[in-house]
Design a protein around this ligand. Structure first.
Ligand code: SF4
Length: 206
């Protein structure tokens, strides 16, 4: 018989602040992803951040260090933020899913796209972060975050770089995930993708 997991809402604290949420998220067992990961990687950033960035899930480095976007994709994101005139220390950065989902391959752990059930199970944490922070702009990095918020039919390749209203914040913008930029097959494609990411972050900064 498949294992049952308690509703994620049961792990949320009574008093919602970013600090209480972060602390409570460490105990979450709302889906099976916590079983294989090292720790919960919750969002980080100032409590008065006007811009919130939402990625897919923590990667290998993030899982080990316990902080979002500290691996190679995080470094590229830092460069893109700087190029867009947004200091990383002024934005709040989180993920749609708070545990690392991977496939063991020898000594390595290969990133796997989190299942839709995990994205759904993890949604109360993201909703609570938005509720508490009340950002002016939410930037969705990549398809998982975009589809978690804007629906399964949303296509980042088609609809990135547009300001979307009437969602979880006054303005929502979807763009490329920094990992997708890193995966581009050649230097030219990578440069072009990086420029798109920077343009979308500039739009968020405005
Ligand atoms: S991925 Fe999200 S819902 Fe699943 S155990 Fe981790 S924090 Fe809880």
């Amino acid at each position: 018989m498949p294992q049952k997991f308690p509703p994620t809402e049961t792990f949320l604290p009574d008093n919602l602040t970013l600090r209480t949420l972060q602390r409570a998220s460490k105990a979450c067992q709302g889906c099976p992803l916590y079983l294989g990961a090292t720790q919960t990687v919750f969002g980080e950033g100032p409590t008065d951040a006007r811009v919130m960035l939402v990625g897919e899930q923590p990667g290998d480095r993030e899982d080990v260090e316990g902080h979002p976007f500290v691996g190679p994709a995080g470094k590229l994101l830092d460069e893109a933020l700087a190029a867009a005139g947004l200091a990383r220390k002024t934005v709040y950065i989180t993920n749609a899913v708070k545990h690392f989902y991977f496939e063991p391959r020898g000594k390595f752990r290969l990133h796997k796209r989190p299942p839709a059930t995990a994205v759904k199970a993890c949604r109360p944490w993201l909703a609570a972060e938005v509720d508490v922070l009340k950002p002016r702009v939410v930037v969705l990095l990549g398809a998982t975050a975009a589809q978690a918020i804007l629906g399964a039919s949303f296509r980042v390749t088609r609809d990135r770089g547009k300001v979307i209203t009437g969602s979880i914040a006054p303005a929502v913008i979807a763009t490329l995930h920094p990992s997708a930029v890193l995966r581009m097959p050649g230097a030219g494609e990578m440069d072009a993708a990086f420029r798109l990411l920077v343009a979308d972050l500039k739009l968020a900064a405005r």
